[in-house]
Design a protein around this ligand. Structure first.
Ligand SMILES: Cc1cc2nc3c(=O)[nH]c(=O)nc-3n(C[C@H](O)[C@H](O)[C@H](O)COP(=O)(O)OP(=O)(O)OC[C@H]3O[C@@H](n4cnc5c(N)ncnc54)[C@H](O)[C@@H]3O)c2cc1C
Length: 386
């Protein structure tokens, strides 16, 4: 077991961190104030991110992506946690792995342009009536002689205003879910309202409505009836990277501000970092972040070794998301009134952090997954000597 990173990995992390500090962080306040990332800045950071060489870094080189291992990917994702969701989406892309199931003409039409960054895709699974119960959807695709006819509705779809097409889950039979690639602009496909959120300003989250939308045969991704498996398999990796690793990165970044403030803020003639109650909050934050980081790294190594790691990733999802929640709450406390005031970004970090316990499976759902696994398999998922 080797806990050190190679010089290449250090260089990669430093490169990304510098790019985030110099190119993305200066845009955060603009996004926060206006509620969106203006097109001019979006195109500019998109071009700069691509020039850096990390666009679609999770996709194999054979398909034009960066071809990073899971471990290297999460090292990048940890750094992504240092800035906001929308800036990362524009600079580095968000190419969902189910697209790797594209075959034949589908590759040119959907996969290749998404990896190249000329088209953008969002994933549309959640519906007003089906969130945690992703198998309980009402959206349906009926077979026709020309392909399929899609009807139903989705909501909360991240980045949907910018996206050119959507990976949509639909029932193709009573007990069968399939995934479809659905282009914006098809007849019967309407984009609903942008649903305002507590945080994540700048990333739109939209409603989608499908009224008998005609889909070509080619729109079916993977085999009929395999949609649930494709989506859940991909989301497993997404939640390790975009929730687990980003939560660790975000919490680390917030901690750095806490250390500075604890050193520099003086009350009663001392820096507040001299007070033991403040010290306890700092120490607990560091302990919890470090534990979360090693859980993230181990789960990524398991994926690289070819293991499924589903239960380990559920543990990461819960622990990293809840650690971030506790750390940012302590940050508000240590900053006092300034932690609550919009003059500093701490209150924004607090709002942005809250979603980590909800999307990509709530903490309750992941705790159920873990409990069911250990009741069935014993300690195999967390005891390496089992
Ligand atoms: C900002 C944001 C971005 C999102 N982006 C996307 C996206 O891009 N694409 C997409 O498809 N979806 C997206 N979602 C949807 C997200 O994945 C769901 O909100 C999430 O899965 C929870 O579903 P729900 O909101 O319907 O809550 P519900 O499923 O209604 O859950 C409500 C509460 O009940 C609890 N609960 C439910 N079932 C159980 C159970 N069996 N045991 C114990 N407790 C239970 C939950 O844990 C929760 O506390 C997004 C949501 C948000 C807020």
């Amino acid at each position: 077991m080797n806990f050190s990173l190679s010089s290449d990995q250090h260089l990669m992390v430093e490169t990304i961190r510098r790019f985030i500090t110099e190119e993305l962080k200066p845009l955060e306040e603009l996004v926060e104030a206006s509620g969106s990332l203006p097109d001019a800045q979006a195109h500019a950071i998109h071009a700069k991110g691509k020039a850096l060489g990390f666009y679609a870094f999770n996709i194999p080189e054979a398909h034009g992506g960066g071809g990073l291992s899971h471990f290297d990917r999460i090292l990048c994702e940890e750094q992504f946690g240092r800035t906001t969701d929308i800036l990362i989406r524009r600079a580095f892309g968000n190419v969902y792995e189910p697209l790797l199931h594209c075959q034949g003409r589908q590759i040119e039409r959907w996969l290749a342009p998404t990896v190249a960054g000329t088209r953008t895709c969002s994933i549309a699974i959640t519906e007003p009536g089906a969130g945690s119960d992703a198998g309980g959807i009402s959206t349906r695709a009926v077979k026709t002689s020309a392909g399929w006819r899609l009807s139903g509705a989705k909501h909360f779809i991240s980045d949907g205003l910018w996206s050119d097409f959507f990976l949509v889950s639909a029932k193709t039979d009573e007990n069968e879910i399939s995934l479809f690639m659905v282009d914006k602009g098809l007849p019967g496909f309407t984009v609903g309202k942008d649903q305002p959120m507590m945080g994540l300003r700048g990333t739109p989250h939209i409603e989608l409505f499908f009224d008998e939308v005609p889909l070509e045969e080619d729109a079916l991704l993977g085999a009929r009836g395999q949609g649930f498996k494709l989506a859940m398999g991909a989301l497993n990796v997404v939640r390790l990277a975009q929730v687990g690793a980003r939560a660790v990165g975000k919490a680390t970044h917030i901690c750095e501000s806490m250390f500075d403030w604890a050193r520099e803020r003086h009350q009663f003639g001392k820096s507040i970092g001299d007070f033991q109650m403040i010290q306890q909050m700092l120490a607990d934050s560091v302990i919890e972040i470090n534990a979360a980081r090693w859980m993230v790294y181990r789960a990524a190594c398991l994926l690289d070794e070819g293991h499924d790691a589903r239960v380990e990733i559920s543990m990461v999802k819960v622990h990293a998301a809840e650690t971030l929640g506790r750390v940012v709450d302590r940050a508000v406390q240590i900053f006092g009134g300034m932690g609550y005031c919009k003059d500093l970004p701490i209150e924004r970090y607090y709002r942005d952090a809250r979603i980590y316990r909800i999307y990509d499976g709530t903490s309750e759902i992941h705790r159920s997954v873990i409990a069911k696994a250990v009741l069935k398999n014993g300690a195999i998922n967390f005891d390496p000597f089992h």
